[in-house]
Ligand binder design. Sequence first.
Ligand SMILES: Nc1nc2c(ncn2[C@@H]2O[C@H](COP(=O)(O)OP(=O)(O)OP(=O)(O)O)[C@@H](O)[C@H]2O)c(=O)[nH]1
Length: 334
Amino acid sequence: MQSILIRLKEDFQLSIITLVGLCSLIGITPYIVFRLLEGNLWVGLVDAFLVVSTGLAVLYAWRTGDTIRPGQFLALIYSAGAVLVSIKLGVNGLFWFYTLILFNFFVVPPLQSAVATVASLIVVCTYGYLNPGLVFESHYQMTSFAVTCLIASLFASVFAYRGRRQREQLIELATLDPLTRAGNRRAMDAELDIAMADYQRHKTAYGLLVLDLDLFKEVNDAHGHKAGDHVLTEFTRIVKLSCRQSDRLFRMGGEEFVLLLPMVDRTGLEQAASHIRGTVAEQLQTPDGPVTVSIGGCMLHQHGNSDEWLHEADQCLYKAKELGRNRYIISPKG
Ligand SMILES: Nc1nc2c(ncn2[C@@H]2O[C@H](COP(=O)(O)OP(=O)(O)OP(=O)(O)O)[C@@H](O)[C@H]2O)c(=O)[nH]1
């Protein structure tokens, strides 16, 4: 139960899709009974289809963690459902369009939701225009309906866009180092734990490099803190360009970074460390000359937790510093 609550709290899209599932079960099921009792078989079947499909989409989202496809599926079937119900029930069915507009903007990105809403409106209005009296009582009513729907869509899209943007910014704030935009310590801890679980379950190979700029204090002392900051951002850029896209760079703090390399063997880890060391020595400059980096690394093997893994790489880094810096040492273990 607690894990369900945590997932609902942490995954906004999943919580929205679950809410839709509950609303459809509680809100639409009585209509199925009512429509069938009044002999409106088609609308009853459409409602039943919506409830069952929603249930399946919610289950899929919970099982796979994928909320994009169920969201698109729900937007599609609810748009089609609103069109069919409006065509069958006329004015009484049109009210559902306003709920549909809000719903679409919650479950799919703003552009997709605008397309779904406008497409549904076009179908209903075209049908209503070609069949006077069946959906709308007058052209005036149809125009008012289309205009109010479009205005509601506009407001919904502005809120949906801002909401999504703010959520993205919050995720960035929680996971990225503001200066270098490498992952922060919190993101690193989470990724190392995921790597350890992956290694234990699937034996996926992971390597880790701890990178520490050499004599960085001297850069700060000679050129000021701002120049030091610039060196840190340049270093991040160089390392990101020197490694694979699947490698993840984190800033542990100060001038110490961690690079996590998935699906790499010991030779590959050494090659990566050697390449990064060489590229940094070549490209990272201050007016006084190059800034170098010392690197310690190790493969993930029988570590009990991520701290032990980091500690082993750290020991190699200290050795690299002791031996004169601007070098890499990879642990022989693992
Ligand atoms: N500009 C800048 N400097 C930082 C930041 N964080 C830490 N530092 C500085 O990084 C320096 C780290 O110095 P030390 O720990 O002595 O290490 P070092 O000079 O690189 O020497 P070695 O690691 O032994 O090669 C200190 O002067 C810190 O003030 C930051 O965000 N920006």
